[in-house]
Design a protein around this ligand. Structure first.
Ligand code: C5P
Ligand code: C5P
Length: 466
């Protein structure tokens, strides 16, 4: 699709913002939502326009009352496209709203200005990327904010399929590199936690590389590294970022040899990492894009999105200390979700995996745990996880995750969940690869069966086309 349309939408968004006296940003509580908010609110307040923010877990009937009914321009970021009917119900006119999003659009009757990357054929650019392009349109000196655009994109896993940012996101990356606060490590080892995780743990728990004797085996990974002459220094294992170039090459080539010797694929062994040159070593979780995003999720998904927003604005004092505690809690809870799923096992339906975790974990994090568990279960089938809704005991929260190969077989989780949810009086949305819904608690069983049936049709349609 053409770029002209994107340019026109960016210009229109900038024009509406510049003509406003006051703006309210309504944003999502995850890393992409927090970075989108931070980019937009910084760019807008730099113009001298007053900005307020409301973070919500999702635009749904239970959160509508959180949106102020005043005269300010409402910018919905990282949400809104899929809930335009609810925005209409709030009574907002077309000229009172801008939607900055990357979720599948579900338009209502009123036409809102919707700057959504999917409209321009960009499936791998998140809301923070679009927010950055609007910020740059408002003032070309806003290039310092491109870094946050990278964090949002990586937080929403826009780099997962190609193992690098592509398309519009790559153009944003170029701005960040030009500005000088971001550096790229191209085709580097595909592990998570390059700045904070002891290397044996990072190697053992990578999702993408299957290495017998190392994957899911920290002691095996330690022995592998010791054999190469890499060991603890003063009782601590180094992190990947601590290694010299030569040491990194040594580990990488030994791993490639090892993987090939075990007849495993090297296809997903390398990824682009995005490093932040303006962050200090004392704040290690902020040194690279994916860990920065985890820190923001650990604030937002645990009811402290404003803390994440303060970090994005550069607060490295009390806010950082608090966020660091949130991060430790988040990591340990995600591990608990993962262990709960793998220990208790899932029900295997014909076309998906299913687990209900009751009220054990907050509805804002179960999807992350399910996504991580998938590689250890059966990655050929999508996983559906259910839990109690924290805001309403008559409601059940649903999250689904799948893998890129399954998408290629015709599966579309957004379509499956929004169709089934609507049928049972709920609402859902998201992406092909990751989607969510809220449904009435008393239809759980029928809902699961319906989603499985829809998935069977999606898989079947691709088989009959091939
Ligand atoms: O709000 P929404 O777009 O922001 O959330 C995206 C979710 O989809 C995140 O939890 C992210 O981890 C997940 N995702 C995924 N695999 C991808 C892309 C996104 O699990 N390839
Ligand atoms: O909540 P979870 O992380 O599973 O959400 C996955 C994706 O589905 C996100 O992109 C989120 O914005 C979207 N979602 C939605 N409607 C819901 C719940 C989640 O569009 N009711």
């Amino acid at each position: 699709m053409s770029d002209i349309c994107l340019d026109a939408d960016l210009a229109a968004a900038a024009e509406v913002i510049l003509a406003s006296d006051a703006v309210t940003i309504i944003s999502h509580i995850d890393a992409d939502g927090i970075t989108s908010e931070s980019i937009l609110s910084q760019a807008i307040s730099r113009l001298g326009i007053s900005v307020k923010t409301t973070f919500i877990r999702q635009l749904d009937p239970l959160t509508l009352h959180q949106i102020p009914q005043d005269d300010s321009l409402k910018i919905f970021s990282d949400l809104g496209s899929g809930q335009q009917i609810l925005i209409e119900q709030l009574g907002f006119e077309s000229d009172q709203v801008i939607i900055v999003d990357h979720h599948v659009s579900q338009p209502g009757e009123r036409e809102y200005l919707e700057v959504n990357s999917l409209k321009y054929g960009e499936h791998k650019t998140s809301a923070a990327g679009i927010a950055y392009l609007i910020a740059r349109e408002l003032d070309s000196t806003n290039k310092d904010l491109a870094k946050l655009g990278i964090v949002g994109n990586v937080g929403d896993m826009m780099d997962r399929e190609d193992l690098r940012l592509t398309g519009l996101s790559h153009a944003i990356l170029k701005d960040a590199i030009d500005h000088g606060n971001v550096e790229i490590w191209e085709r580097d080892l595909n592990i998570y936690g390059i700045s904070t995780r002891p290397l044996p743990n990072a190697l053992a728990y990578t999702d993408d590389i299957d290495i017998p004797g190392i994957s899911n085996d920290v002691s095996g990974a330690q022995r592998f590294l010791e054999h190469l002459g890499i060991s603890q220094i003063q009782g601590r294992w180094p992190v990947w970022q601590d290694l010299s170039f030569e040491e990194k090459q040594l580990v990488t080539s030994a791993l490639v040899e090892y993987v090939i010797a075990h007849n495993r694929s090297t296809e997903r062994m390398f990824i682009d990492h995005y490093l932040f040159l303006d962050e200090r070593r004392d704040y290690a979780p902020l040194l690279n894009a994916s860990e920065y995003a985890t820190l923001l999720n650990s604030c937002g998904r645990w009811s402290k999105p404003l803390l994440g927003s303060a970090i994005c604005r550069g607060d490295r004092g009390v806010s950082y200390q608090e966020a660091d505690i949130m991060l430790r809690n988040h990591r340990s809870k995600i591990r608990e979700v993962l262990e709960y799923i793998t220990d208790n096992g899932v029900s295997e339906y014909s076309h998906m995996l299913f687990i209900h975790v009751g009220g054990r974990f907050p509805d804002t994090i179960v999807g992350i745990g399910a996504g991580m568990a998938l590689s250890r279960l059966n990655p050929k089938k999508p996983i559906l996880i259910m839990c109690e809704d924290s805001m309403d005991e008559t409601v059940t929260k649903v999250s689904m995750r799948t893998k890129p190969d399954v998408i290629k077989s015709g599966v579309d989780l957004q379509a499956a969940l929004s169709t089934a949810a609507e049928r049972y009086g709920g609402s859902g949305g998201g992406h092909k690869i990751a989607a969510g819904a809220f449904i009435p608690k008393d239809v759980e069983r029928e809902f699961v069966e319906d989603v499985n049936r829809i998935l069977a049709e999606q898989f079947g349609a691709s088989e009959s086309n091939s």
